[in-house]
Design a protein around this ligand. Sequence first.
Ligand SMILES: Cc1cc2nc3c(=O)[nH]c(=O)nc-3n(C[C@H](O)[C@H](O)[C@H](O)COP(=O)(O)OP(=O)(O)OC[C@H]3O[C@@H](n4cnc5c(N)ncnc54)[C@H](O)[C@@H]3O)c2cc1C
Length: 323
Amino acid sequence: MPNIAVFIEQRAGQIKKVAWQMTTAARQLVDAEGGEVWGVHLHASDCDVTSEAGKHGAHKIFTAEAPQFARYDSELWTQALAAFIQEHQPDIVLVGSTALGKDLAPRLAARLDCACISDAVGLTWQDGVVVKRPVFAGKCFAEVTSTAATTIVGIRPNAFAQEETGGEAEAAPFGPTLDDGAARARVTAEETAAAGKVSLTEAEVVVSGGRGIKGPENYPMIEKLAEAFGAAAGASRAIVDAGWVDYSHQVGQTGKTVAPNLYVACGISGAIQHLAGMSSSKCIVAINKDENAPIFKVADYGIAGDLFEIVPALTEAIAEVRG
Ligand SMILES: Cc1cc2nc3c(=O)[nH]c(=O)nc-3n(C[C@H](O)[C@H](O)[C@H](O)COP(=O)(O)OP(=O)(O)OC[C@H]3O[C@@H](n4cnc5c(N)ncnc54)[C@H](O)[C@@H]3O)c2cc1C
């Protein structure tokens, strides 16, 4: 009968979608096995997530408000969550595998000397938490069982669907003692790349370009198609390494992991390292002039042809359909 704590991540007051996806998954697990779902939310200003947490299946929502939670600070946020875990002893703590979560989860595990499993895409319970996670760049999956008293599990964004159960959560404020003096590092500023654009890891649709676009002057063609879809624009490592686009766009093993509803790969061959970052997408469309390109093996829809003809025509058609 696991009690599951879910870290409700916010950046600049915006809740990450993965938080509600994890809450939904946690609720499905406790509905089958017993136990409760507790949201844990750190924030700096009045940001009430009680009703959203309840809607997505949380039984309780523990919130801590402090000016130090205005922006992410590894040491102080670890202190706060560690204090919560020590007091409430959840069996499982779910943290999104976001940039922030990948820093926070192992710190928490090290601080509390508990188990930590990263990059989960599946979650069950058999006298301990059983986590499904991709290994060997997504070529296969491993199932890892932890029987530790508390296990921190990093959950891949978009691995679970977000659903509303229509429930209500009980609000339970908590006030961790933050020892600013103990922190050995300070965050003094934050720079956000590509502000205002759709976030790659949160996007419902991602349009990516690869070396087939021939040069940096043609990346705007990919951005235009992305814009027509209301999508985020991604890239293969080949064009990031060539300096055609910023690293923040890179999808793959050494870039971002995305799992949108629709992934459109334009002029991307489909190397295993690229697939590692996008093969969990719900629907994959590939545009490539080489009909034997490996990307077609994972694509749901393939267009064998010249992207310089297809992408502008598709952009026009999508813009027309979406008004
Ligand atoms: C340790 C390691 C980590 C890596 N991490 C990543 C990663 O995170 N992400 C990643 O993407 N890669 C990664 N790579 C690199 C990866 O192996 C590939 O080299 C890279 O993905 C290739 O990029 P690409 O598909 O854009 O280029 P190419 O492999 O050169 O493919 C270009 C494709 O464009 C097609 N094309 C050409 N012209 C046109 C046209 N006019 N119309 C339509 N199609 C056209 C070609 O047929 C071809 O299939 C990694 C490699 C290593 C070793």
